[in-house]
Design a protein around this ligand. Structure first.
Ligand SMILES: *Cc1c(COP(=O)(O)O)cnc(C)c1O
Length: 429
């Protein structure tokens, strides 16, 4: 059974100040989980989690993680700026981008972020762009083929655009060393949303063996191995959650089996988890505003796919709890829809739920990562607010909802028609 981290009564109080829809994040859940991650890897002296900013790019949430010791993994200039703005600097920031524009490399170098090169050709590109090769540098590896785990979960690195081949990686290390690099990192992201304790240990085993080979052949000093993201969360109620202690222990076993005997026991382990750090601790809260009975039963809510795109984009399952009806029988079958003029704008399809009344609040679980941040503005729909439920029970608005003025703000040409400002003012916006 999946339990919401708020009650109906709490949400009713919150909606007096903040109308639905909104994102709600659970500070206590975020903190407890981040501490458990650090605990699980405490055996490794240099361990660091670089939170994948793209998952939930909100400075207040990032700051919570930063206070526990996390760094920030960025994929763009604005994410770098956001990290910088909350006080992260230098090696607090990892820049794991791909197809990287020159300005973004320039900016990453300017703020001293660790640069993780996605491709062999980026060595020359980086050198031409910033006029040097940084002393600390990381390369992203792609072994190709299929990455398979014993429970049948698999992913297809051979089909993915990321990283370098093994041969390129060896060449890259040699070239980078000749150009002045002194401390090296290896990075790989081979499977996404793995709901198994096996992924990181398996990946670590492969990367550790690679690291031993690399250090032997190239004589490059490998300072860190970055297991990147991919640790999953149980979106479905019948899935067994990952146990981060077991995952940390599994990585330690590989570390002691492979790296320690090779004299590489000083290598730091880095991670770049996004989903695992935030996913379960954020929810989209929305209100039922329409019911419709045609060939199927529909419940229309006041959120839509611009607020949470994963179901529309991936057919992803997000569990839904009707607040206050946690113990009622699931004797109805509904499609739960948003208002976009697109038939894939459905948060749930043929979902068994309790009887929903207009005005009921729906708590859409596990939206804390890759939720708000994937938002868009199709149909002229606006992005909603983000709220933080603090440890003391109070609620802080950490991002206001967009207004029509925000939506029109990049249309400088609209000003020349002269009416926009008046239209908005008439509406009190
Ligand atoms: C998206 C991404 C992550 C985070 O992935 P999760 O599945 O959210 O853990 C980490 N590193 C890189 C390079 C990414 O692109």
């Amino acid at each position: 059974m999946k339990k919401p981290f708020v009650s109906k009564e709490q949400v009713e109080t919150i909606t007096k100040s903040y109308p639905t829809p909104f994102y709600l994040y659970d500070e206590k859940g975020i903190i407890d989980n981040a501490k458990a991650v650090y605990e699980a890897f405490s055996w490794n002296k240099g361990f660091r989690e670089y939170f994948a900013v793209k998952a939930t790019p909100n400075p207040v949430l990032m700051d919570i993680l930063g206070k526990i010791g996390c760094g920030f993994d960025c994929s763009s200039q604005t994410e770098l700026m956001l990290s910088e703005a909350i006080g992260a600097k230098g090696s607090d920031i990892m820049f794991s981008s791909n197809d990287t524009p020159a300005e973004e490399y320039k900016y990453a170098d300017k703020i001293g972020a660790i640069i993780n090169l996605d491709d062999y050709t980026h060595i020359d590109f980086l050198e031409e762009t910033i006029g040097k090769i940084p002393e600390t540098i990381s390369c992203r590896y792609n072994p190709g083929g299929v990455f398979q785990m014993s429970n049948g979960i698999m992913d297809n690195p051979g089909d993915s655009k990321y990283g370098m081949t093994k041969e390129q990686l060896f060449d890259a290390f040699k070239v980078l060393k000749a150009k002045g690099a002194k401390r090296f990192g290896i990075h790989a992201f081979l499977a996404s949303n793995t709901v198994t304790n096996e992924y990181y240990p398996l990946l670590a085993g492969q990367l550790f063996e690679l690291a031993v080979e690399l250090q032997k052949e190239t004589d490059c000093k490998i300072a860190f191995i970055n297991l990147s993201g991919g640790v999953g969360i149980p979106y479905k109620p019948d899935q067994e959650p990952n146990d981060i202690r077991k995952i940390g222990e599994g990585v330690r076993e590989q570390f002691e089996k492979i790296l320690v005997p090779a004299g590489m026991g000083d290598v730091s382990i880095y991670t770049e988890m996004g989903r695992f750090m935030m996913g379960p601790y954020g929810a989209l809260v929305t209100k039922a505003i329409h019911e419709k009975h045609i060939y199927k039963e529909y419940i229309g809510v006041d959120a839509c796919a611009v607020n949470l795109m994963r179901p529309a984009m991936y057919g992803a399952y997000h569990h839904i709890t009707v607040l206050g009806k946690e113990n009622e029988p699931l004797d109805q079958v509904y499609d739960v829809t948003g208002s976009l003029c697109e038939n894939n704008d459905k948060f749930a399809i043929e979902r068994k739920l309790p009887k929903i009344e207009m005005g009921d609040y729906l708590f859409i679980h596990d939206a804390g990562a890759h939720g708000f941040s994937m938002g868009y503005n199709y149909n002229g729909k606006l992005k909603c607010a983000e709220l933080l439920l603090k440890e003391d029970g109070s609620v802080q608005m950490i991002r206001r909802a967009e207004t029509p003025r925000d939506y029109f703000s990049t249309l400088d040409c609209l000003d020349s028609f002269g009416k926009l400002d008046q239209i908005l003012k008439n509406e009190g916006i």
